[in-house]
Structure formats: structure tokens, C-alpha cells
Design a protein around this ligand. Structure first.
Ligand code: ATP
Ligand code: MG
Length: 323
């Protein structure tokens, strides 16, 4: 089984990225082959600052390694190191109906939020299809928001296969039910570009401040509350042990507590949860040369596979090499 997933260096990873996706990367890295990439070509659709993008790219590599991504088990690389992806993207774009992309929620969402919509953002799902198909990926671990894009990838691959023969493997998304859509500090989907995130590597004091500001409802403290429908409880459930969670659920049902109590418990639990990764990151920062080496080695492995698949697609569609 081949696993592939990517994360954009549009900022530092947050709880949603971790529980929706990164946790799965680490669980799945022992598979036959797993490819994880930092999606800097995708990030370019919203980040137009060279220095910021470069820093965010290396930061993301450090973050993933500190969280437990193991370069001996998984291939970690930067998207732009694989030019084959952009070539494949063009081939796929030629058969992609406009309507398919117009229906994509993430494009519509960002557009509705007033983010500038250029053709890069619009065609983003096709580049993503190229990313996935180029490695013959079977499984794509993602959060709920990406499921529609994997469906688009399958549509694009199926239509290509139908026209030109069995070139592409059809991938399947893998989503964890409990953390498919982690809420942000405003209760909406936590998203780097929505300014409602709590980062994994934020200094604990700063993270605590953000946690204390998480939006809650204004029902009186005495009222019993259903824990499952409360986003603060949902966040706590990501970090708490089963026994602590049980205790918190009972408190919700009984009523008479303040949200400040839950927020404090959440801050303590999340801080303890990432303490080890914080230490590992500090060690990695001291050896940036090694991190760049890991990305370089990863790119070589990834490129070899992508070249093989691109050649297959070129030959099938009649644009193979003429010299
Ligand atoms: P951006 O706002 O720039 O799109 P993002 O926060 O959505 O950033 P991505 O890099 O687009 O992060 O996504 C990386 C992975 O994290 C994807 O698999 C995505 O599905 C997952 N993910 C993102 N946000 C959440 C969330 N709130 N809950 C669960 N998974 C998430
Ligand atoms: Mg996103």
C-alpha cells in the first residue's frame, strides 16, 4: 500500500493539521512506501512573500520531523523539487471540466472569505491530483475538508484512464472520524488562513492566552450542557486521557462549572501533549544541514517515482519524447 499526503507551508501547523492529518502520517509511515510533502506550490496561491514562504517551508520540515516523522520510514520532500508534478498537472488540466473545479468547496470558501481568487487557487485541485497520482498512491490521509478534492482526483484519473488506458491508480482518502474537522478558536474549522488557530509549536504562554479566548456560548453556568455539541469539549477530547474526559463529560452534564475551568484543563493537557516534540524541535534546529539533506534525499526518491508515472501518462496520451 502506498500512502501520500501534503501540507501547505502557509503558516505553522495547528491542532487541526495534527489530529486530522499529521498524526495519520506518523501512524502510516511504516507502510510499503509513504510520501509526505510540503506543498509550497500550493502555498504560492495565497502567500506572495519570498522570505515568509521559504522560512515556512523549512519550518514545516522541522515541525514534521519533531512530531515523529521518520525519514528512514517515510519519504519527506518539498513539492517544488519535483518538476514532474507541474508537467503532469498540465496533462490532467487538459481533460478537467471547469464545472468540476467550480464546485470545489475550498475554492468557494476562500473566495467567499474575500481571499484573492487567481487561476492558481482555482486549478489547485488539479495540481493536487497530479501530486497524488504521480506516486501511484493508494491511500491519502487527510482531514474532512480534503475529501472532496480526493474525489476530484479520482474523477480526473478515471476519465484519463477511460480515454487512454489504465495509467493511474485510483486513490482513497483516509479520514479519522474523531478529528476530521477540528474547530478553531471561533468554532469554525481551524485553518491557517482563517486566523483561528492554535499552533503546535507556539510558546505555551501564548497558546494559553489563545485558549482562554476561545469563543464559548453564553448560557448560564448552572445549566447542564451536552458535552458532545460543545467545541471546547471537542478540543479537550483530543488531548485528555479517557478517565479525564469521562470526568469532564460528567461535569458538563451536571452543570454549575465555568468554561474557564475547561480552558485551563485544555491548556494543561495540550502543553503536556506536545512537550516532547518541542524538545526534539530544538535539537533539530541546531542541525539544519541534516534537515536539508533529508529533504534532498526525499526529493530524489520521490522524483524517481514521479518520472516513472509521468512517462506512463505521456506515452499513453501521445506526447512522449521525440528525440
Ligand atoms: P490553509 O488555510 O492554508 O488551507 P489549512 O490549515 O487548511 O491551511 P492545509 O495545509 O490546507 O491546512 O491542510 C493540511 C492537512 O490538514 C490536510 O489534510 C487537511 O485536511 C488537514 N486539516 C486542515 N485543517 C483541519 C482541521 N481543522 N481539522 C482536521 N484536519 C484539518
Ligand atoms: Mg486547507
Amino acid at each position: 500500500m502506498r500512502v501520500l499526503s501534503g501540507i501547505q507551508p502557509t503558516g505553522r501547523p495547528h491542532w487541526g493539521n495534527y489530529f486530522g492529518a499529521i498524526q495519520q502520517y506518523i501512524q502510516l509511515q511504516g507502510n510499503e512506501q509513504s510520501f509526505y510533502f510540503i506543498a509550497n506550490l500550493h502555498a504560492l496561491t495565497t502567500m506572495r512573500d519570498r522570505e515568509k514562504l521559504e522560512t515556512a517551508t523549512i519550518d514545516m520540515a522541522l515541525d514534521l520531523l519533531a512530531l515523529g516523522l521518520d525519514p528512514d520510514k517515510a519519504t519527506l520532500f518539498v513539492q517544488s523539487d519535483i518538476p514532474e508534478i507541474s508537467e503532469l498537472c498540465w496533462i490532467l488540466m487538459t481533460g478537467t471540466p471547469m464545472g468540476l473545479l467550480e464546485r470545489c468547496v475550498s475554492y468557494k470558501d476562500k473566495k467567499d472569505k474575500g481571499l484573492k481568487a487567481d487561476t492558481g487557487l482555482f486549478t489547485y485541485p488539479v495540481l493536487q491530483a497530479a501530486d497524488i497520482l504521480a506516486y501511484d498512491s493508494d491511500i491519502v490521509p487527510v482531514g474532512q475538508d480534503q475529501v472532496q478534492h480526493i474525489e476530484v482526483t479520482r474523477d480526473i484519473a478515471q476519465s484519463f484512464n477511460h480515454q487512454f488506458g489504465e495509467v493511474f491508480v485510483l486513490p482513497k482518502p483516509k479520514v479519522l472520524d474523531a478529528s476530521a474537522k477540528v474547530p478553531g478558536t471561533d468554532g469554525e474549522k481551524m485553518s491557517k488562513s482563517y486566523g483561528n488557530i492554535i499552533e503546535l509549536f507556539e510558546p505555551p504562554k501564548q497558546a494559553r492566552k489563545k485558549i482562554m479566548r476561545i469563543v464559548t456560548d453564553s448560557r448560564p453556568m448552572e445549566d447542564p450542557k451536552e458535552p458532545e455539541t460543545d467545541h471546547l469539549y471537542q478540543l479537550y477530547s483530543l488531548f485528555a486521557s479517557p478517565a479525564d474526559l469521562e470526568e469532564m463529560a460528567a461535569l458538563y452534564r451536571k452543570g454549575g462549572f465555568g468554561y474557564g475551568h475547561v480552558k485551563k484543563a485544555l491548556a494543561d493537557a495540550s502543553e503536556a501533549y506536545y512537550a516532547e516534540a518541542h524538545e526534539r524541535r530544538a535539537e533539530l534546529v541546531a542541525d539544519l544541514g541534516k534537515v536539508k539533506q533529508i529533504l534532498g534525499d526525499g526529493a530524489q526518491v520521490a522524483r524517481k517515482k514521479a518520472r516513472e508515472v509521468l512517462t506512463r501518462a505521456q506515452e499513453a496520451s501521445g506526447i512522449s519524447s521525440w528525440h
